[in-house]
Design a protein. Structure first.
Length: 245
């Protein structure tokens, strides 16, 4: 009888394979040694080749991500101010003047260079600004995916993300591979090299999230990692109901 797969263990295996796939293996100098070295080199190449094939077969979705991780982005509308308390959830207009105001339109492209727009389309939204190197984002993304898989996302709410503050010298790069491993299948906009969308949308800490109702009014903002129940509650606040998929 075939054994049932464990999604969490599968993702852990993908993370490990991706890390191994990004490791630079030392290459011997072909000018050193004679036939013995040649045979050893051939054997090493065969071993490495078999390992590479195994990685591609078991981890195809993370094998080729060489595209640009940043791109031009446009924000139309008034820039949002920074949150007064960046480590807290803001839902009160008395403490956060953005509550009740219209969300600016963000237009850009995803990792496949296809157009994506976060705009007033009559749908409630949760927009996540994510940095690949941020440990809090690395906690939040699996929480979001798991909540959706559990059916706790309201039908009336859409999820978007902006991949921002990209830095090839920092961990968990490239972001497209990270989000693929985590099975984050929602629309993602690549922010610019200067992280313009993050700045103009009032971002400060990570993950930074804006919750919008169906009338395009901002109903809440949050920074930092939230627990599953808090995420679900803010989704329902934006959607205006406790309904779920």
């Amino acid at each position: 009888m075939a054994q049932a797969t464990n999604p969490k263990k599968d993702k852990e295996s993908k993370r490990a394979a991706a890390a191994a796939n990004s490791t630079n293996n030392p290459i011997a100098n072909p000018n050193e040694g004679g036939n013995k070295f040649f045979m050893l080199a051939i054997g090493a190449i065969l071993v490495l080749g078999i390992g590479a094939v195994a990685l591609v077969v078991t981890n195809r979705e993370v094998s080729n991500f060489d595209g640009d991780q940043t791109a031009a982005v446009e924000v139309e509308g008034d820039s949002l101010p920074l949150p007064a308390n960046p480590d807290q959830v803001s839902i009160d207009p008395a403490s956060d003047p953005t509550i009740g105001t219209q969300l600016p339109t963000v237009t850009g492209t995803d990792f496949a260079d296809l157009p994506v727009s976060i705009e007033n389309d009559g749908r409630a939204k949760a927009i996540y600004f994510l940095a690949h190197w941020c440990p809090h984002c690395q906690e939040e993304v699996p929480n979001v995916v798991e909540l959706v898989e559990e059916g706790r996302k309201p039908d009336a709410l859409d999820i978007y993300a902006v991949s921002t503050s990209v830095d090839p010298s920092r961990g968990n790069y490239p972001p497209v591979r990270w989000l693929d491993i985590e099975e984050f299948t929602f629309p993602v906009i690549r922010d610019s090299d200067a992280s313009e969308a993050f700045a103009q949308m009032g971002g400060q800490g990570f993950p930074y999230t804006i919750y919008v109702d169906a009338d395009n009014n901002i109903v809440a903002r949050s920074s930092g990692t939230l627990g599953a129940d808090a995420i679900a509650e803010l989704w329902s606040l934006a959607a205006g109901s406790a309904g779920s998929e």
